[in-house]
Write a protein that binds this ligand. Structure first.
Ligand SMILES: Nc1ncnc2c1ncn2[C@@H]1O[C@H](COP(=O)(O)OP(=O)(O)O)[C@@H](O)[C@H]1O
Ligand SMILES: [Mg+2]
Length: 268
């Protein structure tokens, strides 16, 4: 009985990082990272430009290898075959798909259902349903047969998220998905991500510069600047003055400095 109980606790841990340091081109970029993310959490990862947010996501995905410490996703090493299809990745660059590529929303989402086993076979009913559901979840039914180049930035970003959903990924990592999309689309997108956590038990780790937006939605915030400076429930996340303290900036002379920097976090 007790064994079973322990298993179910382990089961709810999606990501476990211990004592992680990552180097890029021989330079230490992030260090001493410890964090655990549980199933169904919506975690906002924030921090100034160049603080290592993208680096951390790339390390979790297993793309960056030069590191110390350990990363486990569903108790597996990053890039393990057992993780295939369980992790979704949405980058800002993904929404800036080249204009000359002619592909409809539906075709793009359908790509999320392609794998090595079904690459050459005809699309099955099961895959068709997955594509339908993903398109419906992001609210793009009306434009599904339209070329992605004709969509707004927000719609394109939702199409890219739908592709990640069609893979049936349980753990979705997003790097700056809100950049370049208008306010209404941004709110829709955040609402959608929140729904995915609550209704579909997805787990989300999202990087954003947009502190205001992410605070409205994320359950938990992590502030990264070389290492984790804050990790806790969103209600406890410090205001801008508190943030300056987190960053070790105390001197009066540095006031303008930190105001400027904190602002750039909100604006970028
Ligand atoms: N390919 C690279 N080689 C060396 N250093 C890099 C490379 N990519 C990024 N960096 C450095 O790593 C640091 C963190 O970058 P990054 O993770 O992109 O930050 P963020 O996403 O928080 O803006 C920065 O100082 C950046 O200059
Ligand atoms: Mg980045």
């Amino acid at each position: 009985m007790i064994q079973h109980f322990d298993d179910s606790i382990e089961d709810s841990i999606i990501l476990k990082i211990e004592n992680l340091s990552v180097y890029r081109s021989g330079k230490l970029v992030i260090k001493d990272i410890d964090m655990t993310i549980n199933r169904g959490e919506f975690v906002g990862l924030v921090g100034p430009n160049g603080s290592g947010k993208s680096t951390l996501l790339l390390a979790i995905l297993g793309v960056l290898k030069s590191q110390k410490g350990s990363i486990e996703i569903y108790n597996q090493q990053p890039m393990s075959r057992k993780l295939y299809g369980r992790i979704g990745w949405v980058s800002q660059a993904a929404a800036n798909l080249p204009k000359h590529v002619k592909i409809t929303v539906r075709e793009l989402v359908q790509l999320g259902t392609v794998n090595l086993n079904n690459l050459l076979s005809r699309i099955t009913e099961e895959r068709r349903i997955r594509v339908d559901e993903a398109i419906k979840m992001v609210g793009l039914e009306d434009v599904q047969h339209i070329d992605i180049s004709r969509l707004s930035g927000g719609q394109r970003q939702r199409a890219v998220i739908a592709r990640a959903l069609a893979t049936q990924a349980e753990f979705i990592l997003l790097d700056e998905p809100l950049v370049g999309i208008d306010r209404d689309s941004r709110n829709d997108l955040l609402k959608l991500l929140d729904q995915l956590c609550h209704e579909k038990e997805k787990t989300i780790l999202m990087v954003s510069h947009d502190l205001t937006a992410i605070r409205q939605t994320a359950h938990r915030m992590i502030f990264l600047e070389e290492t984790i400076q804050f990790d806790g429930v969103t209600e406890d996340f410090p205001n801008l003055t508190g943030l300056a303290d987190l960053r070790g900036i105390h001197a009066v002379h540095d006031q303008t400095h930190y105001h400027g920097k904190a602002h750039s976090m909100e604006d970028e």
